[in-house]
Ligand binder design. Structure first.
Ligand code: 9YT
Length: 136
């Protein structure tokens, strides 16, 4: 069994600040935990407006607090995000995330992140080693 606490994890190298100042992410579960996914508590800062494209990962994002919107750049649809909203990037969807207020998100990645990834110029995370998506 693995048991961790967010407040404790925030004071360790598990907490990553994005170089562009849009978010921080506390990576509470990582590849090294051998669960097949990683789990992060991500804070998107108020006013953040940035583009992502997770070409190598699937991601589920649940909004625990705050509000904003997500724009799917593949079809132009814009969806509001509020407490209780889940969005799932099941098609490696190119998207823009906008935070009207600070948002607290619970994020799950498949394959799992190794720890200190930040977005590349495409808004993606590189894969480590032979990682690939686990299909079910
Ligand atoms: C919601 C989102 O994708 N934010 C970017 C950070 C990412 N969730 C992460 O690394 O935890």
């Amino acid at each position: 069994m693995i048991v961790r606490n967010l407040a404790e994890a925030e004071n360790t190298s598990r907490k990553i600040e994005s170089p562009d100042g849009n978010w921080n992410s506390v990576r509470m579960l990582l590849k090294s935990d051998q669960m097949g996914f990683s789990f992060h508590v991500t804070t998107i800062y108020k006013g953040a407006d940035f583009r992502m494209h997770y070409q190598n990962h699937l991601e589920s994002v649940y909004c625990m607090a705050g509000s904003g919107e997500i724009e799917n750049l593949d079809d132009g649809k814009v969806y509001p995000i509020e407490t209780g909203t889940l969005y799932v990037l099941d098609k490696h969807d190119r998207h823009i995330l906008r935070a009207h207020e600070e948002m607290k998100m619970a994020c799950v990645f498949n394959p799992p992140l190794t720890g200190n990834e930040v977005h590349n110029s495409e808004g993606a995370y590189e894969l480590s080693g032979a990682d690939e998506i686990t299909e079910v």
